[in-house]
Design a protein around this ligand. Sequence first.
Ligand SMILES: Nc1ncnc2c1ncn2[C@@H]1O[C@H](COP(=O)(O)OP(=O)(O)O)[C@@H](O)[C@H]1O
Ligand SMILES: [Mg+2]
Length: 475
Amino acid sequence: MIPLTLAEVAAAVDGRLVGADPQARVTGPVEFDSRKVAAGGLFVAFPGEKVDGHDYAAGAVEAGAVAVLGTREVPGVPMVLVADARDAMGRLARAVVDRLPDLTVIGLTGSSGKTTTKDLIAQLTVRLGATVAPPGSFNNELGHPYTALKAGPETRYLVMEKGARGIGHVRYLCELVPPRISVVLNVGTSHIGEFGSRENIALAKGELVEALPADGLAVLNADDALVDAMASRTVARVVRYGEAPAADVRAEDVTLDDRGRASYTLVTPEGRAPVRLGLTGRHQVSNTLAAAAVARELGMPLTELAQALGELGLVSTRRMDVFDRPDGVTVIDDSYNANPASMSAALKALASLGRGRRTVAVLGYMAELGPYERDGHAEVGRLAAELGIDRLLVVGEPAAPIHEGATAVGNWGGESVVVTDQAAAVEVLRDELRPGDVVLVKGSRYRTWDVVDALRADAAAGNAGPGTATGGGAA
Ligand SMILES: Nc1ncnc2c1ncn2[C@@H]1O[C@H](COP(=O)(O)OP(=O)(O)O)[C@@H](O)[C@H]1O
Ligand SMILES: [Mg+2]
């Protein structure tokens, strides 16, 4: 945050000061959780369904807030009164980024891999200058301004993921925090229930490059036709990444090691350099190329870039987080979320990591597929069988089409079962897992991660073998 007087805050948010000194300065963080308020901060009171932020206004001021931004007066509390607190937070964020001429805003969107790639980009930009990137997803109307308001005069890079749930959504987020570099990863089928078609999803995601200024940069995935075509929707320069020959930032000679980690030759207009990733999954080739294209644009030399790519780690949890239990069972925790594209990426990672070992996939329901729901699940099951996954545990009746898709593959040598819930899946795993097995756990937020936590706890308690589970890559 840059210091602003309350008069400046009020002007930025179209608000009215009540009982507040216009010359008092906000120097601290903007928070909507009163427990996080610090001296010099600004507290935003949201009228919630269960808790009303205004009830915490006085406490926030006691904790050091200079004023409270809210929608109704609270006696004795200096207020910036607005019609809509969320909208006001967005306007304030815009006012702050507009006052930071040295800040480069990097926005990214896509159907899969936004949070992962946001973390990758931030790990590269931090080598070039002070970086602000939100923890976890934080990709909506609230998380966006909240993150942008963390930027100060020292900040050089602000990395933001932009989720789209409908047409106009990304455009709105870009109005709050306009990007100078826009990265579009892929167009899949997540949220297809709301959008109706992949073309509509592309329409929505392309708003990210439409928002660019002429001196901006669009970083587009050359391997995804719907993304590649977005080049015609921007006035900015375009850099393509991918494995397609047309890509400016390209991977050649991709190989995977027995832990499912990719190595490749990074090819850019500046030359070629070998890259060896520490991240699991073939799809990380694409994600790291996107990050490389951004870092290259910001001036990172090729050899340093190749080296830095090899040092990238996981930041946000439960995304391709691989850990070994002392009993020799390897667990792939990809339980944060699931859609058909990320299921496919995860199953391929399981197959490659599990070469020569027994592979087990614990798969849950994928939310928000709408009319594509049945087919989406069935295709995942079919892919699991085609990849030769040995054992499938389908968690919950709504996910049963995964089971049907798998068992419909005639020559599949594996076995599938539908279990009622997470606890039942854990029971089966406790019974069946043997040293050397590789287990993938994945689903859409319906707490498939309980299964992972049980697998970790088993190892720690010695139920599955002596010793303590070694950590995943999460930090
Ligand atoms: N390029 C990619 N293609 C397909 N799946 C991916 C890709 N990158 C990440 N994933 C997988 O997608 C899931 C969601 O990842 P995440 O980074 O949280 O994406 P998002 O923020 O877009 O929801 C994880 O299971 C992750 O392993
Ligand atoms: Mg995300």
